[in-house]
Design a protein around this ligand. Structure first.
Ligand code: CP
Ligand code: NVA
Length: 292
């Protein structure tokens, strides 16, 4: 487990999860490796993958994880980069599934800093799983255009595969068309527009790790995007509130919401453990089959 940044949930869930599976996890903190400074990323990847079955990395630059994966002989898991936080979104999706028993057709609203790892992974997961995703944030802090392009491409491909099936099987095609018509990825400015009728409302810190120099500017700019009981009232009556944590009460969310009955943030945090155990097993089994 290579960490360039601090962590509570990611470290704990991977370490406890690996122990529960009968394995062992090794923590390498920011001072231990010096990814790309003490040693090249390629060399770190080659040495590390000669001794372990899986690598999990939390880095500043997304390209550091890509570079690790390029030179590693074992699977590399993104434990958060400046671009994406996929393990968090696996836990979010699991939590949504636990509540609704389905994913397709649900409306997910994200409010706040949209140029953010959590937003990007949520947009991609929504496209893959047939959810309707709307992100609201101020201009200048919108989702990365490349990520939105990727999400739209996923939607387009799932739409076209549905159409192919349409010719072969009317019943299946009807179901598929229902999915492709509800699934979308959208960026807006108005938080009310995003939250209106949503089944799930998500936010994240306004100052992600690495954004500290912009803290004062961000706290001012994002103020209209605070998730309050008034904003939550625009969502579906049974809507749930999610936040990857750590949370800053009084900034991106009020205490009334995050500590209120619609909030599932601790179930969401616990699900990191369960879903990542499944992920690790899946990856280890997959690479064992590949290695045979
Ligand atoms: N949500 C999350 O990734 O938390 P940590 O930064 O504590 O790992
Ligand atoms: N967007 C946040 C997530 C923290 C788990 C960050 O990158 O700091």
């Amino acid at each position: 487990m290579i960490f360039e940044k601090p962590s509570l949930r990611t470290r704990l869930s991977f370490e406890a999860g690996m122990t529960q599976l009968g394995g062992h996890a090794i923590y390498l903190g920011p001072a231990d490796i010096g990814l790309g400074t003490r040693e090249s990323i390629a060399d770190v990847a080659k040495v590390t993958s000669s001794m372990v079955d899986l690598i999990m990395a939390r880095t500043f630059k997304h390209m550091s994880i890509v570079e690790l994966a390029k030179h590693s002989t074992v699977p590399v898991i993104n434990g958060l980069s400046d671009l994406e936080h996929p393990c968090q979104i696996l836990a979010d999706v699991m939590t949504i599934w636990e509540v609704y028993g389905k994913l397709e057709g649900l409306k997910i609203a994200y409010v706040g800093d949209c140029e953010n790892n959590v937003t990007h992974s949520l947009a991609l997961a929504s496209a893959l799983l047939g959810m309707d995703f709307v992100a609201a944030g101020p201009r200048g802090y919108h989702m990365d255009k490349k990520v939105v392009g990727q999400a739209k491409e996923i939607l387009r491909l799932s739409g076209s595969s549905h159409r192919t099936r349409n010719a072969q099987d009317d019943k299946r095609a009807l179901k598929s068309l229902a999915r492709s018509s509800s699934a979308s990825v959208k960026q807006v400015v108005d938080p009310k527009e995003a939250v209106n009728g949503a089944d799930v409302v998500v936010t994240d810190t306004w100052v992600s790790m690495g954004d500290e120099a912009e803290k004062a500017k961000r706290l001012k700019l994002f103020k209209p995007y605070q998730v309050t009981p008034k904003l939550m009232a625009l969502a579906h009556k049974q809507a749930i509130f999610l936040h990857c944590l750590p949370a800053y009460r009084g900034n991106e969310v009020t205490a009334a919401v995050i500590d209120g009955p619609q909030s599932l943030v601790f179930q969401e945090a616990e699900n990191r453990l369960h879903v990542q155990k499944a992920l690790m097993l899946w990856l280890v089994n997959k690479s064992a089959i590949k290695g045979r």
